[in-house]
Design a protein around this ligand. Structure first.
Ligand code: G1P
Ligand code: ZN
Length: 542
Protein backbone atom coordinates (compact mmCIF):
# COMPACT_ATOMS: atom_id res chain seq x y z
CA UNK A 1 0.00 0.00 0.00
CA UNK A 2 1.53 3.31 -1.06
CA UNK A 3 1.18 6.00 1.59
CA UNK A 4 1.23 9.71 0.85
CA UNK A 5 2.63 11.61 3.81
CA UNK A 6 2.00 15.32 4.11
CA UNK A 7 5.16 17.26 4.84
CA UNK A 8 6.55 20.78 4.74
CA UNK A 9 9.77 22.19 3.30
CA UNK A 10 12.79 22.21 5.57
CA UNK A 11 15.11 25.18 5.41
CA UNK A 12 18.71 25.06 4.40
CA UNK A 13 18.75 22.05 2.11
CA UNK A 14 21.33 22.95 -0.48
CA UNK A 15 22.81 19.98 -2.30
CA UNK A 16 25.99 20.38 -4.30
CA UNK A 17 27.15 17.79 -6.78
CA UNK A 18 28.71 16.00 -3.83
CA UNK A 19 25.19 15.80 -2.45
CA UNK A 20 23.57 17.11 0.64
CA UNK A 21 25.90 17.05 3.65
CA UNK A 22 24.80 17.78 7.20
CA UNK A 23 25.34 16.60 10.73
CA UNK A 24 23.70 13.28 11.57
CA UNK A 25 21.09 14.82 13.95
CA UNK A 26 19.85 17.01 11.09
CA UNK A 27 19.19 13.93 8.98
CA UNK A 28 17.55 12.22 11.94
CA UNK A 29 14.88 14.93 12.24
CA UNK A 30 11.42 13.63 11.27
CA UNK A 31 10.81 13.52 7.49
CA UNK A 32 14.18 15.13 6.70
CA UNK A 33 15.64 12.25 4.67
CA UNK A 34 12.24 11.57 3.13
CA UNK A 35 11.84 15.20 2.05
CA UNK A 36 15.19 15.22 0.34
CA UNK A 37 14.78 11.83 -1.31
CA UNK A 38 11.31 12.75 -2.59
CA UNK A 39 12.74 16.01 -3.90
CA UNK A 40 15.27 13.95 -5.88
CA UNK A 41 12.57 11.68 -7.31
CA UNK A 42 10.32 14.66 -8.10
CA UNK A 43 13.19 16.15 -10.12
CA UNK A 44 13.64 13.06 -12.31
CA UNK A 45 11.55 11.80 -15.18
CA UNK A 46 10.99 8.41 -16.73
CA UNK A 47 12.16 6.04 -14.01
CA UNK A 48 8.97 3.97 -13.70
CA UNK A 49 9.98 0.32 -13.68
CA UNK A 50 13.69 1.22 -13.94
CA UNK A 51 16.62 0.17 -11.75
CA UNK A 52 18.00 2.22 -8.85
CA UNK A 53 21.31 1.39 -7.13
CA UNK A 54 21.52 2.16 -3.42
CA UNK A 55 24.42 1.94 -0.99
CA UNK A 56 26.65 3.92 1.31
CA UNK A 57 29.95 4.11 3.09
CA UNK A 58 28.63 2.38 6.23
CA UNK A 59 28.74 5.42 8.44
CA UNK A 60 26.34 5.99 11.33
CA UNK A 61 22.70 6.25 10.11
CA UNK A 62 23.54 4.46 6.82
CA UNK A 63 21.19 1.55 7.45
CA UNK A 64 18.31 3.70 8.70
CA UNK A 65 18.55 6.01 5.70
CA UNK A 66 18.68 3.08 3.30
CA UNK A 67 15.45 1.62 4.71
CA UNK A 68 13.74 4.97 4.06
CA UNK A 69 15.17 5.17 0.53
CA UNK A 70 14.09 1.61 -0.33
CA UNK A 71 10.45 2.12 0.68
CA UNK A 72 10.29 5.45 -1.11
CA UNK A 73 11.95 4.17 -4.28
CA UNK A 74 9.42 1.34 -4.45
CA UNK A 75 6.51 3.68 -3.66
CA UNK A 76 7.65 6.11 -6.34
CA UNK A 77 7.67 3.42 -9.01
CA UNK A 78 11.22 2.12 -9.47
CA UNK A 79 10.96 -1.49 -10.63
CA UNK A 80 14.19 -2.87 -9.27
CA UNK A 81 16.38 -1.65 -6.46
CA UNK A 82 19.89 -3.05 -6.10
CA UNK A 83 21.52 -2.60 -2.70
CA UNK A 84 24.98 -3.48 -1.45
CA UNK A 85 24.91 -6.11 1.30
CA UNK A 86 24.87 -4.48 4.71
CA UNK A 87 24.06 -1.22 2.95
CA UNK A 88 27.68 -1.00 1.77
CA UNK A 89 28.85 0.38 -1.56
CA UNK A 90 31.94 2.49 -2.05
CA UNK A 91 31.32 5.54 -4.23
CA UNK A 92 33.30 4.13 -7.19
CA UNK A 93 31.65 0.71 -6.76
CA UNK A 94 28.23 2.39 -6.82
CA UNK A 95 29.25 4.22 -9.98
CA UNK A 96 30.33 0.93 -11.54
CA UNK A 97 27.13 -0.87 -10.54
CA UNK A 98 24.96 1.88 -12.04
CA UNK A 99 26.86 1.53 -15.31
CA UNK A 100 27.09 -2.27 -15.28
CA UNK A 101 23.36 -2.71 -14.60
CA UNK A 102 22.36 0.12 -16.96
CA UNK A 103 20.47 1.52 -13.99
CA UNK A 104 18.50 4.75 -14.19
CA UNK A 105 20.66 6.15 -11.39
CA UNK A 106 21.78 5.61 -7.85
CA UNK A 107 21.58 7.02 -4.38
CA UNK A 108 24.84 7.07 -2.46
CA UNK A 109 24.84 7.67 1.27
CA UNK A 110 28.12 9.24 2.27
CA UNK A 111 29.87 12.30 3.60
CA UNK A 112 33.14 11.24 1.99
CA UNK A 113 36.16 11.96 4.19
CA UNK A 114 34.20 13.76 6.94
CA UNK A 115 34.04 12.10 10.38
CA UNK A 116 31.08 9.83 11.16
CA UNK A 117 29.20 8.75 14.27
CA UNK A 118 26.15 10.15 16.08
CA UNK A 119 27.63 13.66 16.03
CA UNK A 120 29.49 13.25 12.77
CA UNK A 121 28.44 14.01 9.22
CA UNK A 122 26.04 12.26 6.88
CA UNK A 123 25.21 12.83 3.25
CA UNK A 124 22.94 11.83 0.40
CA UNK A 125 23.91 12.13 -3.22
CA UNK A 126 22.20 11.25 -6.48
CA UNK A 127 24.15 9.83 -9.42
CA UNK A 128 22.81 9.62 -12.95
CA UNK A 129 22.82 6.74 -15.43
CA UNK A 130 26.41 7.30 -16.58
CA UNK A 131 27.46 6.58 -12.98
CA UNK A 132 28.53 10.14 -12.26
CA UNK A 133 27.25 12.82 -9.88
CA UNK A 134 24.05 14.53 -10.99
CA UNK A 135 24.77 17.64 -13.04
CA UNK A 136 23.87 21.07 -11.73
CA UNK A 137 20.64 21.12 -13.72
CA UNK A 138 19.36 18.26 -11.57
CA UNK A 139 20.82 19.39 -8.23
CA UNK A 140 19.30 22.84 -8.79
CA UNK A 141 15.91 21.27 -9.49
CA UNK A 142 16.23 19.14 -6.35
CA UNK A 143 17.05 22.20 -4.29
CA UNK A 144 14.09 24.11 -5.74
CA UNK A 145 11.84 21.17 -4.97
CA UNK A 146 12.98 20.99 -1.31
CA UNK A 147 11.53 24.48 -0.92
CA UNK A 148 8.06 23.59 -2.15
CA UNK A 149 7.67 19.94 -1.21
CA UNK A 150 4.39 19.13 0.54
CA UNK A 151 4.17 15.32 0.40
CA UNK A 152 6.22 12.20 -0.06
CA UNK A 153 5.41 8.65 -1.06
CA UNK A 154 6.39 5.63 0.98
CA UNK A 155 5.21 2.17 2.00
CA UNK A 156 3.98 0.82 5.27
CA UNK A 157 6.35 -2.15 5.35
CA UNK A 158 8.80 -3.54 7.92
CA UNK A 159 12.54 -3.02 7.52
CA UNK A 160 14.25 -5.32 5.04
CA UNK A 161 17.16 -7.53 6.08
CA UNK A 162 20.06 -5.77 4.39
CA UNK A 163 22.52 -8.50 5.33
CA UNK A 164 20.99 -11.41 3.41
CA UNK A 165 22.10 -11.57 -0.22
CA UNK A 166 19.09 -12.36 -2.40
CA UNK A 167 15.94 -10.97 -3.97
CA UNK A 168 12.76 -9.93 -2.18
CA UNK A 169 9.79 -7.87 -3.20
CA UNK A 170 8.85 -4.54 -1.77
CA UNK A 171 5.53 -3.07 -2.89
CA UNK A 172 5.61 -3.36 -6.67
CA UNK A 173 9.42 -3.48 -6.84
CA UNK A 174 12.04 -6.16 -6.42
CA UNK A 175 14.94 -5.50 -4.09
CA UNK A 176 18.21 -7.29 -4.78
CA UNK A 177 20.79 -7.38 -2.04
CA UNK A 178 24.15 -8.00 -3.75
CA UNK A 179 27.69 -8.51 -2.57
CA UNK A 180 29.18 -5.00 -2.79
CA UNK A 181 32.62 -6.17 -3.91
CA UNK A 182 31.96 -8.75 -6.67
CA UNK A 183 31.23 -6.49 -9.64
CA UNK A 184 33.90 -3.97 -8.67
CA UNK A 185 36.58 -6.64 -8.21
CA UNK A 186 35.67 -8.11 -11.61
CA UNK A 187 36.17 -4.69 -13.22
CA UNK A 188 39.58 -4.34 -11.55
CA UNK A 189 40.59 -7.79 -12.82
CA UNK A 190 39.74 -6.66 -16.32
CA UNK A 191 41.78 -3.47 -16.08
CA UNK A 192 44.89 -4.75 -14.33
CA UNK A 193 47.37 -7.58 -14.71
CA UNK A 194 46.46 -9.51 -11.57
CA UNK A 195 48.88 -12.34 -12.45
CA UNK A 196 51.83 -9.93 -12.57
CA UNK A 197 50.78 -8.28 -9.29
CA UNK A 198 50.42 -11.73 -7.69
CA UNK A 199 53.96 -12.53 -8.81
CA UNK A 200 55.13 -9.22 -7.33
CA UNK A 201 53.64 -10.05 -3.94
CA UNK A 202 54.94 -13.62 -4.14
CA UNK A 203 58.44 -12.22 -4.67
CA UNK A 204 58.31 -10.55 -1.26
CA UNK A 205 56.85 -7.14 -2.09
CA UNK A 206 55.27 -5.67 1.04
CA UNK A 207 52.43 -3.23 1.43
CA UNK A 208 50.08 -1.63 3.94
CA UNK A 209 46.68 -0.35 2.88
CA UNK A 210 44.79 1.60 5.53
CA UNK A 211 41.05 1.40 4.95
CA UNK A 212 40.59 3.78 7.89
CA UNK A 213 37.69 1.67 9.28
CA UNK A 214 35.70 2.94 6.34
CA UNK A 215 34.15 1.48 3.21
CA UNK A 216 37.24 0.19 1.34
CA UNK A 217 38.02 -2.52 3.93
CA UNK A 218 36.01 -5.30 2.26
CA UNK A 219 37.20 -4.26 -1.21
CA UNK A 220 40.87 -4.09 -0.25
CA UNK A 221 40.77 -7.35 1.72
CA UNK A 222 39.15 -9.25 -1.14
CA UNK A 223 41.32 -7.77 -3.89
CA UNK A 224 44.71 -7.30 -2.22
CA UNK A 225 44.81 -10.16 0.25
CA UNK A 226 42.55 -12.80 -1.33
CA UNK A 227 42.95 -12.30 -5.08
CA UNK A 228 46.43 -10.81 -5.26
CA UNK A 229 48.01 -12.79 -2.45
CA UNK A 230 49.25 -9.89 -0.34
CA UNK A 231 50.16 -11.09 3.15
CA UNK A 232 47.36 -11.19 5.72
CA UNK A 233 47.56 -7.96 7.68
CA UNK A 234 48.33 -5.92 4.56
CA UNK A 235 44.94 -4.23 4.99
CA UNK A 236 44.75 -2.15 8.18
CA UNK A 237 41.46 -1.11 9.80
CA UNK A 238 39.61 -3.27 7.28
CA UNK A 239 36.22 -3.44 8.98
CA UNK A 240 33.84 -0.55 8.18
CA UNK A 241 32.66 0.98 11.46
CA UNK A 242 29.75 3.41 11.87
CA UNK A 243 32.05 5.95 13.52
CA UNK A 244 35.21 4.98 11.58
CA UNK A 245 36.70 3.99 14.94
CA UNK A 246 36.52 7.62 16.00
CA UNK A 247 39.04 8.57 13.32
CA UNK A 248 38.82 11.12 10.55
CA UNK A 249 38.71 8.99 7.37
CA UNK A 250 40.70 11.45 5.31
CA UNK A 251 43.90 9.97 3.88
CA UNK A 252 45.93 13.16 4.07
CA UNK A 253 49.23 13.79 5.77
CA UNK A 254 47.50 14.89 8.95
CA UNK A 255 45.00 12.06 9.43
CA UNK A 256 47.21 9.38 7.86
CA UNK A 257 50.45 10.66 9.36
CA UNK A 258 51.12 7.20 10.82
CA UNK A 259 51.48 5.89 7.25
CA UNK A 260 53.92 8.61 6.35
CA UNK A 261 55.93 7.82 9.47
CA UNK A 262 55.84 4.11 8.61
CA UNK A 263 56.93 4.78 5.02
CA UNK A 264 59.96 6.68 6.26
CA UNK A 265 60.84 4.23 9.06
CA UNK A 266 63.42 1.45 8.89
CA UNK A 267 60.58 -1.12 8.73
CA UNK A 268 58.93 0.61 5.82
CA UNK A 269 57.01 -1.66 3.45
CA UNK A 270 57.49 -1.14 -0.29
CA UNK A 271 54.18 0.67 -0.57
CA UNK A 272 51.83 2.44 1.85
CA UNK A 273 48.39 3.51 0.69
CA UNK A 274 45.02 4.57 2.04
CA UNK A 275 41.56 5.63 0.93
CA UNK A 276 38.88 7.82 2.48
CA UNK A 277 35.43 7.25 4.02
CA UNK A 278 33.64 6.41 0.77
CA UNK A 279 36.62 5.06 -1.16
CA UNK A 280 37.15 7.68 -3.83
CA UNK A 281 40.34 9.38 -2.62
CA UNK A 282 43.80 7.85 -2.42
CA UNK A 283 47.12 8.30 -0.70
CA UNK A 284 50.25 6.66 -2.11
CA UNK A 285 53.62 6.63 -0.37
CA UNK A 286 56.56 4.51 -1.42
CA UNK A 287 59.38 3.56 0.92
CA UNK A 288 60.92 6.94 1.70
CA UNK A 289 58.97 8.65 -1.06
CA UNK A 290 55.71 10.55 -0.71
CA UNK A 291 53.92 10.93 -4.03
CA UNK A 292 51.88 14.12 -4.32
CA UNK A 293 48.48 13.57 -5.96
CA UNK A 294 49.54 15.88 -8.80
CA UNK A 295 52.69 13.83 -9.42
CA UNK A 296 50.69 10.62 -9.06
CA UNK A 297 48.33 11.73 -11.83
CA UNK A 298 51.29 12.47 -14.11
CA UNK A 299 53.05 9.21 -13.26
CA UNK A 300 49.93 7.09 -13.71
CA UNK A 301 49.23 8.73 -17.07
CA UNK A 302 52.83 8.22 -18.22
CA UNK A 303 52.80 4.53 -17.23
CA UNK A 304 49.16 3.55 -17.76
CA UNK A 305 50.01 1.60 -20.92
CA UNK A 306 51.65 -1.02 -18.66
CA UNK A 307 48.18 -2.07 -17.46
CA UNK A 308 46.04 -4.18 -19.83
CA UNK A 309 43.05 -1.84 -19.52
CA UNK A 310 45.11 1.04 -20.91
CA UNK A 311 47.52 -0.89 -23.14
CA UNK A 312 46.24 0.87 -26.23
CA UNK A 313 47.23 4.22 -24.77
CA UNK A 314 45.18 7.05 -23.36
CA UNK A 315 42.99 9.46 -25.30
CA UNK A 316 43.77 12.45 -23.11
CA UNK A 317 44.35 13.62 -19.57
CA UNK A 318 42.19 15.96 -17.53
CA UNK A 319 43.19 17.79 -14.37
CA UNK A 320 41.52 20.41 -12.25
CA UNK A 321 43.01 23.87 -12.66
CA UNK A 322 44.75 24.00 -9.25
CA UNK A 323 46.35 20.57 -9.85
CA UNK A 324 50.01 20.96 -10.82
CA UNK A 325 51.12 21.10 -14.43
CA UNK A 326 53.09 17.82 -14.12
CA UNK A 327 50.39 16.00 -16.10
CA UNK A 328 50.58 18.57 -18.90
CA UNK A 329 54.19 17.60 -19.56
CA UNK A 330 53.23 13.95 -19.85
CA UNK A 331 50.34 14.77 -22.18
CA UNK A 332 52.68 16.77 -24.37
CA UNK A 333 55.12 13.89 -24.65
CA UNK A 334 52.29 11.43 -25.39
CA UNK A 335 50.87 13.79 -27.98
CA UNK A 336 47.47 14.01 -26.30
CA UNK A 337 45.52 16.94 -24.87
CA UNK A 338 45.59 17.80 -21.17
CA UNK A 339 42.25 19.43 -20.30
CA UNK A 340 42.24 21.96 -17.48
CA UNK A 341 38.88 22.02 -15.71
CA UNK A 342 37.48 23.86 -12.70
CA UNK A 343 37.77 22.17 -9.30
CA UNK A 344 35.32 19.29 -8.81
CA UNK A 345 35.02 15.84 -10.30
CA UNK A 346 31.82 16.67 -12.18
CA UNK A 347 33.75 18.53 -14.88
CA UNK A 348 35.51 15.33 -15.95
CA UNK A 349 32.28 13.48 -16.73
CA UNK A 350 31.66 15.03 -20.14
CA UNK A 351 35.29 14.58 -21.22
CA UNK A 352 35.22 10.91 -20.19
CA UNK A 353 31.81 10.29 -21.80
CA UNK A 354 32.99 11.90 -25.03
CA UNK A 355 36.18 9.82 -25.06
CA UNK A 356 38.37 12.94 -24.95
CA UNK A 357 40.13 11.99 -21.73
CA UNK A 358 40.98 8.61 -20.23
CA UNK A 359 42.75 9.53 -16.99
CA UNK A 360 41.87 12.42 -14.74
CA UNK A 361 42.77 13.75 -11.34
CA UNK A 362 42.79 16.48 -8.77
CA UNK A 363 45.44 17.71 -6.37
CA UNK A 364 43.04 16.83 -3.54
CA UNK A 365 43.91 13.12 -3.73
CA UNK A 366 41.36 12.15 -6.35
CA UNK A 367 42.48 10.13 -9.36
CA UNK A 368 40.44 8.06 -11.77
CA UNK A 369 39.73 7.04 -15.32
CA UNK A 370 36.94 6.30 -17.73
CA UNK A 371 36.23 2.95 -16.00
CA UNK A 372 33.66 4.69 -13.76
CA UNK A 373 32.46 8.28 -13.36
CA UNK A 374 33.82 8.94 -9.88
CA UNK A 375 37.35 9.18 -8.60
CA UNK A 376 38.52 5.82 -7.36
CA UNK A 377 40.96 5.28 -4.51
CA UNK A 378 41.58 1.57 -4.85
CA UNK A 379 41.85 1.84 -8.63
CA UNK A 380 44.73 4.30 -8.22
CA UNK A 381 46.48 1.95 -5.80
CA UNK A 382 46.00 -1.01 -8.16
CA UNK A 383 47.34 0.95 -11.13
CA UNK A 384 50.40 1.79 -9.04
CA UNK A 385 50.77 -1.91 -8.16
CA UNK A 386 50.44 -2.86 -11.82
CA UNK A 387 53.16 -0.36 -12.76
CA UNK A 388 55.42 -1.57 -9.94
CA UNK A 389 54.83 -5.17 -11.03
CA UNK A 390 55.71 -4.33 -14.64
CA UNK A 391 58.75 -2.13 -13.93
CA UNK A 392 60.15 -3.90 -10.88
CA UNK A 393 61.60 -0.66 -9.59
CA UNK A 394 60.86 1.11 -6.33
CA UNK A 395 58.33 3.91 -6.08
CA UNK A 396 61.22 6.20 -5.22
CA UNK A 397 63.20 5.28 -8.34
CA UNK A 398 60.13 5.63 -10.55
CA UNK A 399 59.33 9.08 -9.14
CA UNK A 400 62.95 10.24 -9.46
CA UNK A 401 63.19 9.05 -13.04
CA UNK A 402 59.94 10.79 -13.83
CA UNK A 403 61.29 14.09 -12.49
CA UNK A 404 64.56 13.60 -14.38
CA UNK A 405 62.60 13.11 -17.60
CA UNK A 406 59.90 15.75 -17.22
CA UNK A 407 61.22 18.10 -14.55
CA UNK A 408 59.79 18.40 -11.04
CA UNK A 409 56.74 20.48 -10.25
CA UNK A 410 57.29 21.41 -6.60
CA UNK A 411 53.80 21.82 -5.24
CA UNK A 412 51.95 22.63 -2.04
CA UNK A 413 48.49 23.73 -0.98
CA UNK A 414 48.03 26.05 1.99
CA UNK A 415 44.56 26.07 3.53
CA UNK A 416 43.26 28.79 5.80
CA UNK A 417 40.16 27.31 7.38
CA UNK A 418 37.24 28.97 9.12
CA UNK A 419 38.22 32.43 7.97
CA UNK A 420 35.54 35.12 8.28
CA UNK A 421 33.67 35.17 4.96
CA UNK A 422 33.80 38.98 4.59
CA UNK A 423 37.60 39.03 4.74
CA UNK A 424 37.97 36.10 2.37
CA UNK A 425 35.54 37.61 -0.13
CA UNK A 426 37.23 41.02 0.09
CA UNK A 427 40.60 39.39 -0.57
CA UNK A 428 39.30 37.66 -3.68
CA UNK A 429 37.58 40.84 -4.87
CA UNK A 430 40.81 42.84 -4.48
CA UNK A 431 42.75 40.14 -6.31
CA UNK A 432 40.28 40.28 -9.18
CA UNK A 433 40.66 44.05 -9.35
CA UNK A 434 44.45 43.77 -9.33
CA UNK A 435 44.59 41.25 -12.19
CA UNK A 436 45.34 43.76 -14.98
CA UNK A 437 48.24 45.25 -12.98
CA UNK A 438 50.05 41.94 -12.41
CA UNK A 439 51.52 40.92 -15.78
CA UNK A 440 55.09 42.14 -16.07
CA UNK A 441 55.48 42.72 -12.34
CA UNK A 442 58.77 41.48 -10.96
CA UNK A 443 59.16 39.77 -7.59
CA UNK A 444 62.89 39.09 -7.07
CA UNK A 445 63.83 36.93 -10.04
CA UNK A 446 60.24 35.93 -10.71
CA UNK A 447 58.26 37.80 -13.34
CA UNK A 448 54.49 37.52 -13.74
CA UNK A 449 53.74 36.32 -17.27
CA UNK A 450 49.94 36.36 -17.02
CA UNK A 451 47.14 36.55 -14.47
CA UNK A 452 43.47 35.75 -14.81
CA UNK A 453 40.31 34.53 -13.15
CA UNK A 454 40.01 30.99 -14.47
CA UNK A 455 37.09 30.36 -16.79
CA UNK A 456 36.21 27.05 -18.44
CA UNK A 457 34.40 26.38 -21.64
CA UNK A 458 33.18 22.80 -21.70
CA UNK A 459 34.15 21.44 -25.15
CA UNK A 460 31.37 18.85 -24.99
CA UNK A 461 28.23 20.65 -23.86
CA UNK A 462 29.41 24.20 -24.57
CA UNK A 463 28.66 25.44 -21.05
CA UNK A 464 30.79 28.14 -19.45
CA UNK A 465 31.99 28.29 -15.84
CA UNK A 466 33.40 31.62 -14.75
CA UNK A 467 35.31 32.93 -11.70
CA UNK A 468 36.84 29.57 -10.82
CA UNK A 469 39.98 30.93 -9.14
CA UNK A 470 42.73 33.48 -9.55
CA UNK A 471 45.79 32.26 -11.43
CA UNK A 472 49.08 34.11 -11.30
CA UNK A 473 51.43 32.53 -13.83
CA UNK A 474 55.15 33.29 -13.76
CA UNK A 475 57.69 33.01 -16.51
CA UNK A 476 59.32 29.56 -16.36
CA UNK A 477 56.21 27.67 -15.26
CA UNK A 478 55.81 28.67 -11.61
CA UNK A 479 52.31 29.55 -10.46
CA UNK A 480 50.15 30.73 -7.58
CA UNK A 481 46.42 30.00 -7.48
CA UNK A 482 43.90 31.51 -5.07
CA UNK A 483 40.39 30.20 -4.56
CA UNK A 484 37.75 29.75 -1.92
CA UNK A 485 36.64 26.23 -1.05
CA UNK A 486 33.18 25.22 -2.18
CA UNK A 487 32.87 22.43 0.37
CA UNK A 488 33.71 24.03 3.73
CA UNK A 489 31.00 24.11 6.38
CA UNK A 490 32.10 26.91 8.74
CA UNK A 491 33.05 30.37 7.45
CA UNK A 492 35.29 30.41 4.39
CA UNK A 493 38.30 28.30 3.54
CA UNK A 494 40.97 30.09 1.53
CA UNK A 495 43.08 27.74 -0.56
CA UNK A 496 46.40 28.91 -1.95
CA UNK A 497 48.14 26.55 -4.35
CA UNK A 498 51.83 27.15 -4.95
CA UNK A 499 53.86 25.54 -7.69
CA UNK A 500 57.41 25.88 -8.98
CA UNK A 501 58.72 24.09 -12.00
CA UNK A 502 62.29 22.87 -11.66
CA UNK A 503 63.82 21.28 -14.75
CA UNK A 504 67.28 20.67 -13.23
CA UNK A 505 67.60 17.13 -11.69
CA UNK A 506 70.41 18.43 -9.46
CA UNK A 507 67.76 20.53 -7.72
CA UNK A 508 65.12 17.85 -7.22
CA UNK A 509 66.00 17.05 -3.60
CA UNK A 510 64.72 20.12 -1.84
CA UNK A 511 62.03 20.22 0.77
CA UNK A 512 58.94 21.53 -1.06
CA UNK A 513 58.22 24.27 1.50
CA UNK A 514 61.80 25.53 1.08
CA UNK A 515 61.68 25.29 -2.68
CA UNK A 516 58.43 27.28 -2.65
CA UNK A 517 59.36 29.77 0.09
CA UNK A 518 59.72 32.81 -2.19
CA UNK A 519 56.41 32.07 -3.94
CA UNK A 520 54.69 31.64 -0.58
CA UNK A 521 55.87 35.11 0.43
CA UNK A 522 54.74 36.53 -2.91
CA UNK A 523 51.32 34.91 -2.45
CA UNK A 524 50.93 36.74 0.85
CA UNK A 525 52.05 40.05 -0.69
CA UNK A 526 49.82 39.87 -3.76
CA UNK A 527 46.71 38.84 -1.84
CA UNK A 528 47.03 40.89 1.35
CA UNK A 529 45.98 37.68 3.07
CA UNK A 530 47.10 38.75 6.57
CA UNK A 531 45.39 42.14 6.25
CA UNK A 532 42.12 40.65 4.99
CA UNK A 533 41.89 37.56 7.18
CA UNK A 534 44.11 38.25 10.18
CA UNK A 535 45.92 34.99 9.43
CA UNK A 536 49.66 34.67 9.15
CA UNK A 537 49.98 30.89 8.94
CA UNK A 538 47.92 28.22 7.19
CA UNK A 539 45.75 25.78 9.13
CA UNK A 540 46.72 22.86 6.92
CA UNK A 541 49.63 22.39 4.54
CA UNK A 542 49.47 19.58 2.03
C1 G1P B 1 37.50 19.93 -2.43
C2 G1P B 1 38.68 19.66 -3.33
C3 G1P B 1 38.20 19.29 -4.72
C4 G1P B 1 37.22 18.12 -4.63
C5 G1P B 1 36.11 18.45 -3.65
C6 G1P B 1 35.18 17.26 -3.44
O1 G1P B 1 36.77 21.03 -2.93
O2 G1P B 1 39.54 20.77 -3.41
O3 G1P B 1 39.30 18.96 -5.52
O4 G1P B 1 36.67 17.84 -5.88
O5 G1P B 1 36.67 18.81 -2.38
O6 G1P B 1 35.85 16.15 -2.94
P1 G1P B 1 36.94 22.55 -2.38
O7 G1P B 1 36.71 22.47 -0.89
O8 G1P B 1 38.35 22.95 -2.68
O9 G1P B 1 35.93 23.36 -3.11
ZN1 ZN C 1 35.41 10.68 -0.71
Amino acid sequence: MIKTIATAPIDGQKPGTSGLRKKVPVFQAPHYVANFVQSIFDSLEGFKGETLVVGGDGRYFNREAIQIVLRMAAANGFGRIVVGQGGILSTPAASNLIRALKAFGGIVLSASHNPGGPDGDFGIKYNIGNGGPAPEKITDAVFARTKTIDRYLTLDTPDLDLDAVGTTSLGGATVEIVDPVTAYAALMEKLFDFAAIRTLFASGFTMRFDAMSAVTGPYATEILERRLGAAPGTVLNGTPLPDFGGHHPDPNLVHAKHLLDLAFSKDAPDLCAASDGDGDRNLVIGRGQFVTPSDSLALLAANAHLAPGYARGIAGIARSMPTSGAADRVAEKLGVTCYETPTGWKFFGNLLDAGLATICGEESAGTGSDHVREKDGLWAVLLWLNILAARRESVRDIVRQHWATYGRNYYSRHDYEEVASEGANAMMADLRKALPTLPGRRFGDLVVAAADDFAYHDPVDGSDSKAQGIRVLFEGGSRIVFRLSGTGTAGATVRIYIERFEPDPAKHDRDPQDALADLITIAGDISGLARHTGRTAPTVIT
